[in-house]
Write a protein that binds this ligand. Sequence first.
Ligand SMILES: [Zn+2]
Length: 338
Amino acid sequence: MGSPLSHRRLRVRFLVPALALGLVVWSWVPLWAGALPGAAPAVVLTTGSVAPVSSPASGVTQVAVASTPGDDTQNWKSFETAVKLLSDSETGRKLLARVEKSFNLSLSSTPPPTPEQLDVLFKWDFVSRTDAVLTRHFDPKSGLEERNREVSVHLKRDQPLVDLVYDLAHELTHAVAGPNWDPYDPGLTASGYIWTALEGPGGEVDAVVSECRVARELAGGDLVGRCLRYVRNAKIDREKVREDFYRIGDWVTTLRKRLGSEAVKFPLLSELPPRLYSSTGSAPYPVSLLREYDEITAVACDNSRRRYAAASRGPASESDQAWESTREFLQNRCKRTR
Ligand SMILES: [Zn+2]
């Protein structure tokens, strides 16, 4: 089995329609809050990634931190050191500049930001991942829909400093990328979803390339660990990273069958033994992403059906365009799920 990597994924939560300030506010309630009466399930984007590196790159001091969940004092100290190390690499500096621009948060300022300031974007967690929570607001009067996107970067707590540096590079690459797809897009297909999650701007390929560039820049010629495989002529070979994401072993037959004619979009799909697995470790990325696509489609379809039903009952009417889009979505994407 290859190195475990968690993946871009959508987490299912519940959508609760509520009246507030004259708007029908579609607020997100975590799945663990339980099913609420009348709540329509919805989807929230989560771009996850964790990249444990089996061996530390030399040039980065390996420091094991020890703190218990709830007390992240040591983790915040490690974070500060990790940011300093990140800023020692060219790729890391560019990433930090993009974070400042995207989130108005300077990580390498003097004095450094406090944990309270950092907590707006960063959370300590059991695995590293990046969440992007989409919230839809619908104004029944204007028929217009507004969408908000809130990003949070979760970092695995208590991990060696070197791994934290690489995780940070990986997750920040996801975090600074804008939304690449819309779960309610009538034209979104399984192949489009898989391709975007892997190869789109800020996708998994970009994140691994970014992480390995940081590793190489910090370690120079002494790079060890899983990124070593991707070094070619002293650079990180993006093509090699791409190839690894498409090595899916015995899953190739099933995936090709499901994708049908769209399988031609993935010329790199191969039955070579997988090297990169999703966080569950149960399947390589394209396979996990297909499952996720089915999961989010089922939830988005339920949502759209409820929205359609609710809108036709109430006094509010959506704009022709919104109705058309919902109709098209239900027609194009919801035949497989009921
Ligand atoms: Zn990732």
